[in-house]
Design a protein around this ligand. Structure first.
Ligand code: ADP
Length: 239
């Protein structure tokens, strides 16, 4: 099926990132040119240390490029100061990390409300938790939930502010295949329903089968980019 001309949501031009640790300089990104498209589910693959997290953190406004330019639509992230980046993150980006970063003394609902209390146009916490299939766990504490359920609370927290972009760093890295698939199902469902542009870093090459677009990294550079015309549901992925 033909798709409409894709609209770039992120653009990187000649992006480098050098960490200067004193003794050595680490070239985490060595010149990246890239576009990501609105509404797509993109998977970033590559060996450990190839620069994936660095790139995701720059897209999310958690870190700054050393050289080059980064745009979110028409907004140049490389032109923003810390205050501007904080506003950008607050208004546009949801994050999901490998370890769920939930507050242990708060219930699932209260963890989500931490975000909805400060967002301009949030969905109710109960609705966000319903979207990830956790209505029955809404008043449970993190310690009363499995790893996969805790990660789905983290996804509910990330999407409750209705972000345009969801950035996920190894979201299934701490999970077994069965719970990992439920987490991927939740991410895919959000992407389908709301068109949330989603970027997922993974070590697990099998996950590329559910992506619209796959980008592979090697030594701080993009190795290959391809469009997946035969995406499958997470349940069809063999880990
Ligand atoms: P990946 O996500 O693909 O595993 P990273 O982006 O985390 O790769 O790291 C890329 C390179 O940058 C690695 O060599 C890593 O050790 C280095 N690096 C990442 N963060 C820092 C940091 N804060 N200080 C110094 N080096 C870092």
């Amino acid at each position: 099926m033909e798709r409409a001309e894709p609209q770039a949501i992120f653009r990187m031009e000649g992006v480098t990132k050098v960490y200067d640790t004193g003794e050595v300089k680490v070239h985490a990104l060595a010149g990246v040119d890239m576009e990501l498209y609105a509404g797509e589910f993109t998977v970033l693959l590559g060996p450990s240390g190839s620069g994936k997290s660095t790139l995701l953190n720059i897209l999310g406004g958690l870190d700054q490029a050393t050289e080059g330019r980064v745009f979110f639509r028409d907004l140049e992230l490389t032109g923003l100061n810390d205050r501007g980046l904080t506003r950008y993150r607050r208004d546009h980006v949801g994050f999901v990390f490998q370890f769920y970063n939930l507050v242990p003394s708060l219930t699932a609902r209260e963890n989500v409300q931490l975000v909805t209390d400060v967002a301009p146009n949030p969905m109710p916490a109960a609705e966000a938790l319903g979207l990830v299939g956790l209505t029955h766990r809404i008043d449970h504490f993190p310690a009363e939930m499995s790893g996969g359920e805790q990660q789905r609370v983290a996804i509910a927290r990330a999407i409750a502010k209705r972000p345009e972009v969801l950035l996920c760093d190894e979201p299934t890295g701490a999970l077994d295949s069965k719970t990992g698939i439920r987490v991927l199902d939740a991410l895919r469902d959000i992407n389908d329903r709301f068109g949330t542009s989603t970027v997922v870093i993974t070590h697990n090459a099998a996950i590329q089968r559910m992506a619209h677009r796959v980008i592979t990294f090697q030594d701080g550079r993009i190795n290959e980019t391809w469009v997946n015309d035969t995406r499958v549901a997470p349940s069809e992925i063999e880990w």
